[in-house]
Design a protein around this ligand. Structure first.
Ligand code: ZN
Length: 499
């Protein structure tokens, strides 16, 4: 077992944090307060073992739910323990058959490790969920693709209690548990060695913190309930003509913040004041121009713009928005705003360079906020979640609006769309499993199948093309941090925490 632990230690040092919302990073300079307690995801690896029942006793005493990543070859001898995990409302997930470093195995052997474990989980408790954790956190693109090919999803962690180290003690585990905050995914072990210090540490820590946090199973990993609605604040991204990037978000009090990267450097987060009661959105039609829209405390849409380094005052555009407004520039001086109205229809209002027009009713029955892209004057796509939970689209071409068309998928937040010009649009959504999913349309192929399926989102995603080859997606993770994922023209990078 000592050897098991030392291999685990080595691999932990080379942990690839790239694929998931799980890394040990400093909180970025975010305007969003992390003060409030929230949801914490306790996870236990390497069971079931003789210690699992003690872990369950502690969790159940405090009403805390957790996710257990089990080793397949240990399941058969402890079927009763497996049922006890499931009966208490915890989630059971896959930690491979023999705790293998999947990077060293063939594709077929990786599939065997996972499907055989799913088989014994299903035998013990009736069904196996889609979540897995690669032993040692060891994963690469090939392993990731094999996992995705099975319809499964890797989950890493954001806090390692190091309870697997030979030197671990109750005190050392408690001190690392004290780093928990809203969205933390905490790695502990109910097997793999003597874990009595883990049991005692969880007991001691929950005694002090059970009232501060909610302890839930990982979203989309089974064990009760569906994916919770998003409670995090999204981030709107806007690209400038020379690769500049503006991000706009708000804090928990609603104050709007902007941050800009350009040849002049990184401005850091700067307050725009105001109070937004939904995610803000922004667009640009060139230079340092930035148009920002928010939903005010009165439910109306409010607008503020930057040009030549100066900001206009906040001004009301009227209307009654349910959720976030979206704004898109189609030409220099021309911006269009779209909102979901009180009747769940889509409404639009536009600035023609001189004055505001609208509101105009565009119909539809949408269930979250819309997102819009423009290919030029009179050319728009608007995406929204329909009443069936799928992605829908309406569009304007040649100045005329068309009806709504169903694209498909299962959305649990507003979509985020981006275009790099006529003939190509990329759409990102938070799926039914809480992960980031992507599809795209181009003139040659139509809609592509959904891909990615990574991470755990606690906001709607927003995407932006920067130049011809770079596509960036921004989103809030369940850990409360802002995450970014980048297409560099060849492959996907991330998700990673916004630096
Ligand atoms: Zn393990």
């Amino acid at each position: 077992m000592a050897q098991h632990r030392s291999v685990r230690a080595l691999a932990a040092m080379s942990l690839l944090a790239g694929l998931l919302f799980a890394t040990i990073s400093e909180q970025p300079a975010s305007p969003v307060s992390a003060q409030s307690a929230g949801v914490v995801y306790l996870t236990f690896d390497d069971g079931p073992s003789a210690y699992t029942s003690s872990v369950l006793d502690v969790l159940n005493r405090y009403g805390a739910k957790a996710t257990f990543f089990v080793i397949g070859q240990q399941v058969g001898a402890r079927a009763a323990t497996m049922r006890a995990i499931a009966d208490s409302g915890h989630a059971i997930a896959n930690h491979t058959w023999s705790h293998a470093d999947l990077r060293t195995l063939s594709d077929e052997a990786i599939r065997d490790q996972l499907t055989s474990t799913n088989g014994v989980i299903a035998s013990a408790v009736g069904s196996a969920g889609p979540c897995m954790r690669p032993p040692y956190g060891a994963i690469n693109d090939r392993v990731s693709n094999v996992i995705a090919g099975l319809g499964m999803r890797p989950i890493l962690w954001s806090i390692d209690t190091l309870d697997w180290e030979d030197s671990a003690s109750v005190g050392s585990v408690v001190s690392r548990l004290n780093n928990a905050r809203d969205g933390s995914i905490i790695l502990m072990h109910d097997g793999g060695g003597n874990q009595s210090h883990t049991v005692a540490a969880v007991d001691q820590w929950l005694a002090a913190n059970a009232g501060r946090f909610e302890f839930r199973v990982l979203p989309g990993c089974g064990g009760g309930g569906g994916v919770p609605p998003v409670t995090g604040i999204g981030v709107s991204a806007v690209a400038g003509p020379a690769g500049e990037l503006d991000l706009v978000t708000r804090d928990s009090a609603g104050t709007v913040f902007v941050r800009r990267w350009s040849s002049g450097g990184d401005t850091g987060w700067a307050s725009l004041g105001g109070i937004s009661t939904a995610d803000p959105d922004a667009t640009s039609w060139g230079g340092d121009r930035l148009d920002v829209v928010v939903r005010g405390t009165d439910g109306a849409v409010w607008h503020r713009a930057r040009e030549n380094g100066g900001w206009s005052e906040w001004s009301s555009l009227g209307g009654q928005a349910v959720g976030s407004p979206t704004i898109v520039a189609s030409a220099p001086g021309r911006v269009d705003v779209f909102v979901r109205g009180l009747d769940n229809a889509l409404y639009t209002k536009w600035w023609d360079g001189t004055q505001w027009h609208g509101w105009a009713w565009l119909g539809g029955g949408i269930t979250f906020s819309p997102d819009a892209v423009s290919y030029g004057p009179g050319e728009f796509d608007v995406y929204a979640r329909g009443q069936d939970g799928a992605l829908w689209q309406t569009w304007q071409s040649g100045g005329a609006w068309h009806g709504w068309a169903r694209i498909g998928g299962a959305l649990t937040a507003s979509p985020g769309a981006a275009t790099r010009g006529q003939g190509r649009v990329d759409v990102f959504v938070r799926g039914g499993d809480g992960a980031l999913w992507h599809s795209a349309w181009d003139t040659s192929a139509g809609w592509y199948p959904w891909d990615l399926g990574v991470g755990l989102l606690n906001s709607a995603p927003d995407a932006v093309w920067r130049g011809t080859n770079w596509l960036d997606v921004f989103m809030r993770g369940v850990d409360g941090q802002i995450w970014q994922m980048t297409w560099d023209g060849v492959s996907w990078i991330g998700p990673y925490v916004l630096a």
